[in-house]
Design a protein around this ligand. Sequence first.
Ligand code: KIV
Ligand code: NA
Length: 261
Amino acid sequence: MKLHAADLVARKGQDPIAMLTAYTCPVARAVERAGVPVILVGDTVGMVEMGFESTRDVTLEHLEYHLGAVRRGAPDTHVIGDLPYGTDADPDTALASARRLIAAGADSVKLEGDKYVVIEHLVANGIDVVGHTGLLPQTAESFAKVGRGEAEARRIRDEARGIQNAGAFMLVIEHVPYELAGRITADLAIPTIGIGAGPDCDGQVLVINDALGLGDYWPPFSKQYAHASDTILDVARAFSREVASREFPNNIIKLTGTGRG
Ligand code: KIV
Ligand code: NA
């Protein structure tokens, strides 16, 4: 059963919330089947799937494409769509952008930083909004941890509270000292979802490619539950070898799995 914003808020202080990113239909289908209650179609798609150097290269059209694929794979899961860089620059632009993400399949939208007036405008127009504080990849100059030092920590705590007060129903906290994320989580009435923010958040999010080991770089705070890039390499090598030796297609065998083939 699909969780709505109010259901997720009610999870605060109860069960931890698991969130994974997904960008494609088969991955979304597996994530839904596993019972993960929230999928984020993040603008990380630009870096982990599209080969861009930055999330700033991602457009609204890219997000719409991936949201459609994820929604078709996970019809009963809460899906958050990221507002790409620049598409939330002012309240009216953000509302038009958010409406496109919702039309493409999102249940809610996420945006980075202290855009309180934008959040208020979206919420006033019936859009459920997830905030994002700490490391903000759309504008950060590096992926280093932020929020070290008292002044920075206070700024991020204030930002978190500002995002809540503007009407966001949930908050992603990225790559800050664990103690700071714990304090923000205790401060707020809305659930916090951490990434590289320690164990004291109300939930955790991982980029699915990082969890799969699909790629050639992953952040130190992620965990590789598999090594999908190695599997692809093995498969491509085996296929290539078998075509050369004419073993394939004479040797087709069916491996067992959850697919329909
Ligand atoms: O785009 C994304 O995947 C994100 C997560 C890292 C929180 O914003
Ligand atoms: Na993002």
